[in-house]
Design a binder for this molecule. Sequence first.
Ligand SMILES: C[S@@+](CC[C@H](N)C(=O)[O-])C[C@H]1O[C@@H](n2cnc3c(N)ncnc32)[C@H](O)[C@@H]1O
Ligand SMILES: O=c1cc(-c2ccc(O)cc2)oc2c(O)c(O)ccc12
Length: 235
Amino acid sequence: MEPEKPTEPKGLLQTHELYKYILETNVYPREPESLKELRAVTEKHPWAVMSTAPDAGQMIEILLKITGAKKALEVGVFTGYSLLLTALTIPKDGKIVAIDMDREAYEIGRPIIQKAGVEHKIDFIESQALPALDKLLENPKNVGSFDYAFVDADKINYINYHERIMKLVKVNGIVVYDNTLWFGSVAQPEEMVLKEFKEGRVSTIQFNKSLVADPRIDISTVPLGDGLTICRRLY
Ligand SMILES: C[S@@+](CC[C@H](N)C(=O)[O-])C[C@H]1O[C@@H](n2cnc3c(N)ncnc32)[C@H](O)[C@@H]1O
Ligand SMILES: O=c1cc(-c2ccc(O)cc2)oc2c(O)c(O)ccc12
């Protein structure tokens, strides 16, 4: 049997109608204007699908508020939806270290971030993520200092990011990994998986297993967007 081709995005839900209902009824009415604007400019980008899902963003906003996060780390910025969401949510004197190797995409969202008055909270690092994280770790002030981290970059490296981020976040700090259900492919038999998802599926399955086996964290996987795994550092 031919694998089913995805049509329009519906996250991991059974129907487009249900996803539309969630967005239109619960998410868009509460979404700040600047995030709507960022979403609109991002839609013109050929890789717009990579932008953090607004329903997942709404959940992240609650996490940031509950934990009172002030110092945040983001790996994978793209045009900046999750970055702007974080910048809008953390306090005025909060800081976000945001890493992406693609400055061009960040420049698409940056004028909107500036207009929203939150650019002063952001330290954008144009770099491959692994060396940037290693550099952060060289400064003892950064070790165990982050309240929150969001990882939404190359899935194959999540395992490597995790080891570094475990040292950068404080005990009780929260780490959120995006795409941990990789378009639902993690639960599909291999022969049913579309070619373009195969590599990501394998690394995501391995990564999910490694989180389950990691005694340093609590975890919860939430089927929002493309799957979020929320971790809390225990020790
Ligand atoms: C899924 S997008 C991030 C989406 C973003 N969180 C948002 O809300 O729009 C992934 C991003 O990770 C970046 N990326 C991929 N591999 C990377 C790497 N090895 N180092 C740094 N950035 C990387 C890409 O340039 C891309 O902008
Ligand atoms: O379709 C994608 C692709 C990515 C992706 C692929 C390769 C990389 O090096 C980084 C990112 O990420 C996505 C994503 O985060 C998402 O939420 C939806 C779709 C995709």
